[in-house]
Design a protein around this ligand. Sequence first.
Ligand code: HEM
Length: 733
Amino acid sequence: MTAADPIRDRTAPEAEEKAPSAVVPGAPAPEPPSLDEPTQPREPAPPKADQRPPEAVSPTGKPTGAPEDSRSQAGAYLTTAQGLRLPDTDHSLKAGDRGPTLLQDHHLREKITHFDHERIPERVVHARGTGAHGVFRSYGTATSVTKAGFLAKDVTTPVFVRFSTVLGSRGSADTVRDTRGFATKFYTDEGTFDLVGNNIPVFFIQDAIKFPDVIHAGKPHPDREIPQAQSAHDSFWDFVSLHTEATHHTFWNMSDRGIPRSYRTMEGFGVHTFRLTDAAGVSSLVKFHWKPKLGVHSLVWEEAQILAGTDPDFHRRDLADAIEAGAFPQWELGLQVMPDDPEQVYEGIDLLDPTKIVPEELVPVQPVGLMTLNANPVNFFAETEQVAFHLGHVVPGIDPTNDPLLQGRLFSYLDTQLTRLGGPNFAQLPINRPHAPVNDMHRDGFHQTAVHAGVAPYRPNSLDAGVPFPAGPEVDGYVEVAEPVQGAKARTAPASFDDHFSQARMFYLSLSEVERKHLADAFTFELGKCYEQAIKLRMLHVLANVDADLTATVAEGLGLPAPSATLSVPDVEPSPALSQIGRPWPTDGRVIGIIADETSNLAEVTELQNTIVAAGMQALVIAPHGGTLASGSSEPVVVQRTLLTTRSTEFDAIVVAGSPKPEPKMYRLLEEAFRHAKVIGGFGGAEDALSAVGFPTDAPGVVIEQEATRMLEQVVTLMGEHRVWQRFPVHVG
Ligand code: HEM
């Protein structure tokens, strides 16, 4: 046994014999399969080491103490759903060899019937997503503003997070330009708290009644049902150009925030203002933020487009692989705290308007706890698909405000889940079960799995000794903040909701030059995909109220005249916190591709892989063929990717080991990575290989060294900046 090669390729038997110190994540089964079909009966294997099911609590929230696998299938032998052992599942029961099939075949009917009903409706929005388990540890810094128990000092709370896109259907690509959902379920002792946010801090609409409109506009056209999972089409731009309160959100979507590098490198926002109340009953207005420890990073547009074809599961894979590799993603939960005064306006910003942010320079984000995602689900359907988030899942110390978007959401989630999850008992699904005792007097209904005792599910009662009793605040009962209400009933919005442009301008002015260029390109691309000139022109009129240079650039790209502003937008200060660029970040979980062949120094390749893996990143060897690379006395090196099976988009940096034989696919790999401003490294004579394919070895972000370790140090430092920003041509206006 040797520990020289840390990378286990489960398709290569010779590699399996070595003791791996790390495994390339993604292999499907907990143990490598045998070549022949197994025939020796045995219990099912446990889940993979990185996987964890929901905690084994009862349907009514009691700890059961049952083992983690208590809900998975058991036993060595094939059975029916009733546990009857079966000798055959390959042939239906027939009258003679040649049929007909008999109605008597209970197994055929049970198997096919269950299959026929495997699908449930996908979510009406956010259908495409992925989830992970984790834990939230509170710092205790929030106790000054809230009595919520899970935010008290050093309390740890299990969480389940689901990230998603908004527009696409369940099978759509991960890397499309869209807003991302960032929904967190905290299983607290006081009941479940859901923070159902996005990676963008504002929303398209100010009132929930407009939600069907914006979603109908963004979804595929109803006649041809195209395009899938994107906003680059006429109906989306028709709506947002007419409905200018969408402008701020649209700017975020067209910025690099619309194409995250990874779910791990996204911020999260509660969007609305919430009301927090401390133990003494003093309330504050608060905005929630998730700050990723890895920083906020994005793809570039061409990368996102290539990935949508070559690896539509890119974000899903990235999250699961990082967790499996032990690079657990982390976010700090932060609060912006504003006084709860009757106006609910802070420094001129209406806190009930979800199209506005409060700049961090004005109100700093105070960290209150750390979330670590540390386990993958065991079963996508049972967990990620069936999880049901809802803004109405609150705990004492956290209240909604009157933000009209939030108010409508309080209705929508429970309502939609009744259909999606087939009845009123979906809170009993394992992933949705609270970790606090449930005594709700709800009874019966489809899929009831609780076995309720007692005869008096009503209040008041004496037959069940009065149980359950009302819980006042002294026993952690949830009491709504007694906010005074006034005014006449009307379908109106306050005048303060009328400013649709100043914060879009603030966002634009806060971006670096290269980010502005990306945003201008995105507007030009998306509007360029529209057929109707009137819609493009109308949108240019909207842009004109935000920034003249941007309008001119987009108009030029569209071949249309640039209109002038029709409104004078108040002066705004940029908010530097909104730019993603300009500081180094950790590189945990990043992926480095190493191009090698038999002529490379394989001992050095192995050592380089070891060093990269030890630094918390992944190192994948790319070679002209699969299997292993072997030469001389060196240990063979397992090949994880071939020049045929990979694209540059899989990697954050590419390194050339020695002077592998040049070929067109290698050139494409390097050229593409270079174009996407990724770091390129080379060692052990790599300069020759790179020059042979005409590669600019003296360009910024290209590190050539004789020695691998020296090269890697520089490569990792550069990767901390995410991209080699100097390589982007910048020109706006
Ligand atoms: C600030 C604005 C909003 C944010 C941040 C937001 C966020 C989210 C997220 C993250 C999800 C995915 C939940 C999951 O992973 O299962 C979701 C789903 C959903 N949202 Fe929203 N949303 C917003 C506005 C709205 C509005 C205004 C409505 C309706 C009035 C709405 C209705 C829905 C529905 C029906 C689902 C599907 C839920 C399910 O099937 O379980 N959302 N939203």
